[in-house]
Each structure stands twice: as structure tokens, then as C-alpha cells.
Design a binder for this molecule. Structure first.
Ligand SMILES: C[S@@+](CC[C@H](N)C(=O)[O-])C[C@H]1O[C@@H](n2cnc3c(N)ncnc32)[C@H](O)[C@@H]1O
Length: 239
């Protein structure tokens, strides 16, 4: 069911088309996520906030068995079209317990979704529960040093770095627009949520844009080479 208040339902195909080719996604975040995920052949992967399913499709192509969860019906429709039955897709809000059995997943991937949550403790507890011992969480989020400086933010919405606070950005994509609200969390709080859920933090990546972006999108390349926009983390459920 389309949710009139959900920004991803409002943006619909406009966001899906953007996500496929936008330099921040296609030439920056996604290559870094795939590199951090490594070899997923034969693995059971749970994709939280799978969106239009571009990463899920790459993981299926690499031999993973993928289940994608997302709150947005519009995103799931695009993902279903793309994956054409090659992954399990379910509508799910990450505020609720994951619809997945204990210790049944090798990898949980959460691409650019955790910053929509005010408190990561409940969902990370769930991720820990569904991962097999030795399994990994791989997540990307807005870099906490960068998200207070987004050019399109309304200045009065910016809060102190050390305090979690909600930010809002107006997005227009493919003729559709929506106000997207997300959380700034300080780095120490994010790490505390990860280790507090019982994970061992195994990697932290500040990605660099792929070299091809230098010619295709020189301004974005210069910006991202100077300062990372996203932060990637990998954490392990101890064996
Ligand atoms: C920026 S998109 C990222 C999509 C995809 N993971 C990627 O990296 O290309 C964020 C996605 O998270 C989903 N999302 C946001 N809040 C959510 C929530 N509470 N529960 C489930 N999905 C959520 C949105 O519907 C959207 O599809």
C-alpha cells in the first residue's frame, strides 16, 4: 500500500532511476559496499532497506541468496521488477522485529538506511539475533562529520554535533519531490550502539570515489576526494 507520508513512496520511480546512476550511489557508495562485502557466493544475505534493489541484484549476480526488506511499497515494486523472482522481498519497517529466524543469515547489509532510525539499539539487537555466529553486518550511513554541512539543509535544523538530531532535505528527482528526514548521530554513539549490541567492530571505511568519476562528474569527484560523504562499517557476531 502506497504511504502518502513516506518520502520514498512519494519519490517512487524518480528515486529508483536516480539511485541506479547517481554518482554518490553508483560511483561511490555501492562500489565501496561491494568491496567491503567481498565474496558472497553461497551466502544468505539480508538486505535492510533494500530500496530499488540495485545492490541486491549485484549480490544475487555474485551468487548470494538475498532477502530484501523495505518500508516503501514503491521501492519494493521496482526491486521486484529488477530481481524478477531471484530474491525474496518483503515489506517491513525496521522499527519492528526482523521477520527472520535466529542465526539464519551469514551477512546483513544495511545501505544508507540506519540514519533513518532515531535509535539503532533495537534493530542492531535484531541483526545480532538473526546472524549466524561469525556472520557480518556491513552498513553505510551519512558520514557524521558531513551531514550537518549538506548544502540544501535548512540552517535552523542543524543541531550540535554531539547530540542526535533530525535533519531535513528537499529532494527532487525525475519530476517528483519529497522532504526526506534523517538523523544525525555522533560517531561515538554509532560505535557504541554497534558494540553495545554485542558486535566486534572489524572495519571502518571512509570511501573514495571511483577514478571514472573524475571525468564523468568532476565536481562531485573533487568534493568527495576532499571529504567523505558516507561512512562504512563492518561488524562481526563473534563465533
Ligand atoms: C537511501 S535508500 C537506500 C536504498 C539501498 N539500500 C541502496 O543503498 O541503494 C533508503 C531506503 O531505506 C528505506 N527505509 C527508510 N526507513 C526505513 C525503515 N524504517 N524501515 C525499512 N526501510 C526503510 C527507504 O524506503 C529506502 O528504500
Amino acid at each position: 500500500m502506497h504511504d502518502a507520508d513516506d518520502p520514498y513512496d512519494q519519490l517512487g520511480e524518480g528515486y529508483a532511476a536516480h539511485n541506479e546512476v547517481a554518482p554518490y550511489n553508483a560511483l561511490y557508495e555501492r562500489p565501496a559496499m561491494l568491496a567491503l562485502l567481498g565474496d558472497v557466493a553461497g551466502r544468505d544475505v539480508l538486505d535492510l532497506g533494500c530500496g530499488p534493489g540495485v545492490l541486491a541484484a549485484a549480490l544475487v549476480d555474485a551468487g548470494a541468496r538475498v532477502t530484501g526488506l523495505d518500508r516503501s511499497e514503491a521501492m519494493l515494486r521496482v526491486a521486484a521488477r529488477r530481481l524478477d523472482g531471484r530474491a525474496v522481498l518483503r515489506r517491513h519497517d525496521l522499527a519492528d522485529a526482523l521477520p527472520v529466524a535466529d542465526a539464519s543469515v551469514d551477512v546483513v547489509v544495511a545501505g544508507l538506511v540506519l540514519h533513518y532510525l532515531a535509535d539503532w539499539a533495537p534493530v542492531l539487537g535484531e541483526v545480532h539475533r538473526v546472524l549466524r555466529p561469525g556472520g557480518h553486518l556491513v552498513a553505510s550511513v551519512h558520514h557524521p562529520f558531513a551531514d550537518g554541512a549538506l548544502p540544501s539543509l535548512e540552517p535552523e535544523r542543524r543541531g550540535p554535533y554531539a547530540e542526535s538530531h533530525l535533519l531535513a532535505e528537499a529532494w527532487s528527482m525525475g519530476g517528483r519531490s519529497a522532504v526526506v528526514r534523517f538523523w544525525h548521530h555522533p560517531l561515538g554513539r554509532m560505535i557504541g550502539w554497534i558494540t553495545g549490541a554485542g558486535f566486534v567492530l572489524t572495519d571502518v571505511i571512509e570511501p573514495e570515489p571511483v577514478p571514472a568519476m573524475a571525468t564523468s562528474h568532476p565536481e562531485a569527484f573533487a568534493r568527495l576526494s576532499d571529504k567523505p560523504a558516507f561512512l562504512l562499517v563492518e561488524a562481526c557476531r563473534a563465533g
